[in-house]
Design a protein around this ligand. Structure first.
Ligand code: UD1
Length: 365
């Protein structure tokens, strides 16, 4: 009987990472089921990615939804265990660092099922980020740790993970980007959103550290305000940010600026808007990588990054919420003094092939 693998997704940044793997599994005739925990559920946060990337309907949907960390994680533990005991599963694959990643890895491991973690070993060294806790714990219990950059390998070894579990395979996010770049470029979004090529900044903002307190959200809006005086800004607003703008009564601060506001947008639209932008201001993890691959300047509103290769070799600069740093680097971008970035090792569209090769060998698939 062919071995069965469960692929788990839950939240927005998971969906694009699973798409290339599904393609490769299908090509290699590997039997799998797709499990969606339902951590994200709005059309714009979930289904649009399935449609854009041709991801099949999940075989199993846990319908968890939003809640506090403890409740959300606990619900996933309970519901995923019910599913996982029903049939013989040889491997559970989890991706990234969201609550679904840790919860499903934990359930599988306690049932003595092997776990593969894609995007293992990234560390921000900031335990106030929920993602850092998710990454650390998931890596400790995973059997196959697939890494995107060398710093991750170093981190894992320092944490005592044995070398024979660690596989430096490259970045699966870049696989999906390369697969979809031409299709994304064909969309005509500049007219739709009234933007001009290379003449707008793209903003994303949703980290709890930036948007969950009024003081920090105001600091971010000050940077936005500076930016919009120089260039038009396109800002698709994450549901967490939208709620907090309303809660702190800050919506009025951005309404009349040189800003195009939108609901969260799908994968292809976002990729199109990245390729045409002059610069990106973000607090996302993945966008630091995508912008680096595309060689678009990206300023990251975080205190550090778990993806240091994007700063050392890519186009990423960490600015925190520091408006002076932001101004300095925005100035560099406008005077063409900003760094250009280099090609990053194994960010070449073949990470999913490398992952499947390892799994076939190690699991006798
Ligand atoms: C989660 C991930 C984060 C990732 C982000 C991308 C964790 C700990 N965090 O954060 O790493 O960068 O997703 O989006 O897993 N909401 C909706 N519709 C949805 C989903 C959420 O309106 O489809 C609202 C809910 O009110 C919810 C809030 O957004 O309370 C936050 O959602 P949640 O999944 O808890 O965390 P994110 O901030 O999205």
């Amino acid at each position: 009987m062919p071995k069965l693998i469960y692929l788990v997704v839950g939240a927005r940044p998971n969906f694009m990472k699973i798409a290339p793997l599904i393609k490769e599994f299908k090509k290699e005739k590997i039997k799998f089921k797709l499990i969606h925990t339902g951590q994200h559920y709005d059309y714009n946060m979930s289904k649009v990615f399935f449609d854009d990337l041709g991801i099949p309907e999940p075989d199993i949907h846990l319908n968890i939804g939003s809640a506090s960390h403890a409740v959300q994680t606990a619900k996933i533990l309970i519901e995923f265990e019910k599913v996982l005991v029903r049939e013989k599963v040889s491997l559970v694959v989890v991706v990234g660092d969201v609550n679904s990643t840790l919860a499903c890895a934990l359930v599988a491991k306690k049932l003595h099922i092997k776990v593969a973690h894609i995007e293992a070993g990234l560390r921000s060294f900031n335990m106030e980020m929920p993602e850092e806790i998710n990454r650390l714990l998931t890596d400790q219990i995973s059997d196959f740790l697939f890494t995107t950059e060398k710093s991750a390998v170093i981190n894992l070894k320092r944490e005592g993970i044995s070398s024979d579990k660690i596989f430096f395979v490259g970045n699966i996010m870049i696989d999906v980007l390369i697969m979809n770049l031409e299709k994304a470029k064909e969309l005509n979004l500049l007219d739709k959103y009234n933007l001009k090529k290379n003449d707008y900044a793209l903003i994303t903002l949703h980290r709890p550290s930036n948007v969950d307190t009024k003081e920090n959200l105001e600091k971010m809006l000050n940077i936005l305000n500076f930016l919009q005086e120089k260039i038009k800004v396109f800002f698709p607003i994450h549901p967490r940010t939208k709620k907090n703008l309303e809660k702190f009564d800050l919506e009025k601060n951005i309404k009349d600026l040189n800003i195009v506001l939108s609901h969260p947008i799908g994968y292809l639209e976002f990729l199109n808007l990245m390729t045409n932008s002059k610069l990106i201001l973000t607090d996302s993890g993945g966008i630091q990588e995508e912008a680096s691959y595309l060689k678009i300047p990206v300023l990251t509103a975080r205190m550090g990054t778990e993806r240091p290769v994007t700063v050392e070799e890519g186009t990423n600069t960490i600015i925190g919420r520091d408006i002076d740093k932001a101004k300095r680097h925005i100035e560099e971008i406008f005077t063409s003094k900003y760094k250009n970035g280099k090609n990053i090792e194994y960010w070449d569209g073949r990470a999913s092939k490398r992952i499947v090769k390892v799994l076939k060998e190690k699991l006798n698939l």
